[in-house]
Design a protein around this ligand. Structure first.
Ligand code: P6P
Length: 337
């Protein structure tokens, strides 16, 4: 266990302590997490004063590859993350919700960097103007292409089970980073007086049994019978329905309080809405690290082999008992179809 005279354990102290546990570790992942943390502290600064700064709120007047209206803060967050990671000592390239294709860094140093990073720079950004919590989601892979050359698209198109680390920063009533490696999931709360993320939620666990379900019930008429049967079960059991419409916020509550978050396929969106590589995979990695589950309804999310950079998949994620209950309803519907 890490020891600290100040009781506060910063993200850097924690990641360096983790690195020291593995003699072969080089500290590059710690350095990458520090860079992501820096970018998110700068994003947080803008998000926290969004309503006050002329020109930072509102639409960018452009659309991203998803065809979604880009908010000015989306573009700010995206460009900031790309620039900080370009100057990182450990990132060979990035892929982002806001960019059509991967961005491979071609400077001599980056050609020899070991990791690539995918991110949704500001998930839930449509909630910025109503002050609901939003967040940055990130996923880190070790590149599979040889060092000494530009990273390739294949470095990003890996199955989620290959993730080295993944996490999110939630810009809410407090600003928190939650990240997982293959060995643990921990939460760090930003202490503004020192500008450091400090360990606040060690060894996070997703409750096995949950009683909160999180879904956009407005899509009821477009859902399959199996999804409707599951939601009816939740209502019959008087479970609480909570839906913020920001995946990071809905997932953070699910990790802290238990429950299930679902964005199923529907008659309008046959693959659901959320993106596999930089939303569903990182959240599935976190959920499983916390003892939860994450499935498309037919397959474990982390087993999927991506077929496109911005591929969408259905997702049922959270407490094991609720995800299994949803699967039972889906399977029953398939059996009777
Ligand atoms: P809907 C935000 O736009 C987002 O990508 C996720 O953060 C969120 O979970 C989902 O879309 C909300 O979608 O269709 O319910 O508004």
């Amino acid at each position: 266990m890490i020891h600290s005279s100040t009781k506060l354990i910063t993200l850097d102290q924690f990641t360096i302590h983790e690195t020291r546990q593995f003699p072969q570790a080089t500290g590059e992942l710690s350095s990458l997490l520090r860079d992501i943390g820096l970018a998110c502290k700068l994003i947080n600064k803008q998000v926290q004063k969004a309503g006050l700064v002329e020109g930072i709120l509102g639409k960018q007047g452009a659309t991203n590859v998803q065809g979604e209206e880009q908010m000015k803060l989306d573009v700010y967050a995206d460009e900031l993350l790309i620039n900080i990671l370009r100057n990182s000592s450990d990132c060979a390239g990035v892929a982002s919700e806001e960019n059509d294709d991967v961005v491979c860094f071609d400077d001599a140093y980056s050609l020899n960097s070991k990791y690539v990073v995918l991110f949704d720079p500001l998930d839930g950004s449509s909630n910025i103007d109503c002050n609901a919590s939003i967040g940055t989601i990130f996923a880190i892979y070790k590149r599979i292409s040889p060092l000494g050359q530009c990273c390739t698209k294949e470095d990003f198109m890996q199955s989620g089970k290959n993730l080295m680390a993944a996490g999110y920063v939630i810009y809410g009533s407090s600003t928190m980073m939650v990240y997982a490696t293959k060995t643990s999931i921990n939460g760090f709360t930003l202490e503004p007086s020192i500008g450091e993320f400090c360990l606040s939620h060690p060894n996070m666990k997703c409750k096995e049994a949950g009683s909160i379900y999180s879904v956009n019930q407005g899509n009821w008429n477009k859902y399959s019978q199996g999804v409707r049967d599951f939601l009816t079960t939740c209502m019959d059991k008087s479970y609480s329905h909570r839906y913020i419409g920001s995946m990071v916020a809905d997932m953070h509550r699910t990790l802290i309080k238990g429950g299930i978050f679902l964005y199923p396929a529907d008659s309008k969106s046959p693959n659901g809405k959320l993106r596999l590589l930089y939303e569903c995979n990182p959240m599935a990695f976190l959920a499983e690290a916390a003892g939860g589950m994450a499935t498309t309804g037919t397959e474990r999310i982390l087993n999927l082999v991506p077929n496109a950079l911005h591929q969408r998949v259905p997702i049922f994620i959270g407490s094991k008992d609720l995800v299994n209950a949803a699967l039972a309803c889906l399977e029953k519907d398939l059996a009777t179809a």
